[in-house]
Design a binder for this molecule. Structure first.
Ligand code: GAR
Length: 209
């Protein structure tokens, strides 16, 4: 027996419906995240349904908006950092979090921030590509295959090291909404829990070295 912690404390940052957060909650309940403690959920949007999902799963949930923190990125990130510190967070999972974090913030959690993006990076990614916009762009371009990517976050939007990807077929009559749903069901909801467990396990191994 050793005294090393067996779980990494993770915060999930959200902005909307939180189906990816739900996938993490369900993954945890199913024993698929043995190295992860879902310790905190933070929404940058008031009233996001993801907050309700957190409450139902008994995970502490906070709303931290830019508006309530001086209306600046600095104020917003200072409040975020404070909450993360108070909850002893070691790993950050961006699950539909639609705000871009500064280089300074990212540096503080180097290799400890994951993001899920609803395309096969490097297609349809970077600034301005988020949520339904990604699927609209994929349909407009006429790709036959799209998918999802989980990557580490660095200073380039959607530019960090790719951890996992999964391809999903585009069907002839797809709308952005039907494509979004298929990408979530067939890729995002399995990839994000897998990648989160993978990174947490690596962090635990590093701690034990
Ligand atoms: C997901 O499709 C996620 O991949 C995407 O927003 C959606 C959030 O849904 N993220 C991005 O586009 C980030 N660039 P959810 O709130 O139901 O998890």
């Amino acid at each position: 027996m050793d005294n090393f912690p067996q779980k990494i404390s993770a915060a999930v940052l959200v902005s909307g419906g939180g189906t990816n957060l739900q996938a993490l909650i369900d993954g945890q309940a199913a024993g698929k995240l043995p190295s992860v403690q879902l310790a905190l959920v933070i929404s940058n949007r008031t009233g996001a349904y993801a907050l309700e999902r957190a409450r139902q799963a008994d995970i502490p949930a906070l709303t931290i908006t830019r508006r309530a923190n001086g209306g600046t990125q600095e104020g917003f990130e200072a409040a975020l950092l404070n909450a993360l510190k108070n909850h002893h967070i070691q790993l950050i999972v961006l699950a539909g979090f639609l705000s871009i974090l500064s280089e300074d913030f990212i540096r503080r959690y180097k290799n400890r921030i994951l993001n899920i993006h609803p395309s096969l990076i490097p297609a349809f990614c970077g600034k301005g590509f988020y949520g339904l916009k990604v699927h609209e762009a994929a349909l407009e371009r006429g790709v036959k295959v799209t998918g999802a990517t989980v990557h580490l976050v660095n200073e380039i939007p959607d530019g960090g090291r790719i951890l996992l990807q999964k391809a999903v077929e585009v069907l002839p009559n797809d709308t952005p909404e039907t494509l979004q749903r298929r990408v979530m069901e067939q890729a995002e909801w399995t990839l994000l829990p897998q990648a989160t467990q993978l990174v947490a396990q690596q962090l635990l191994e590093e701690q034990h070295d």
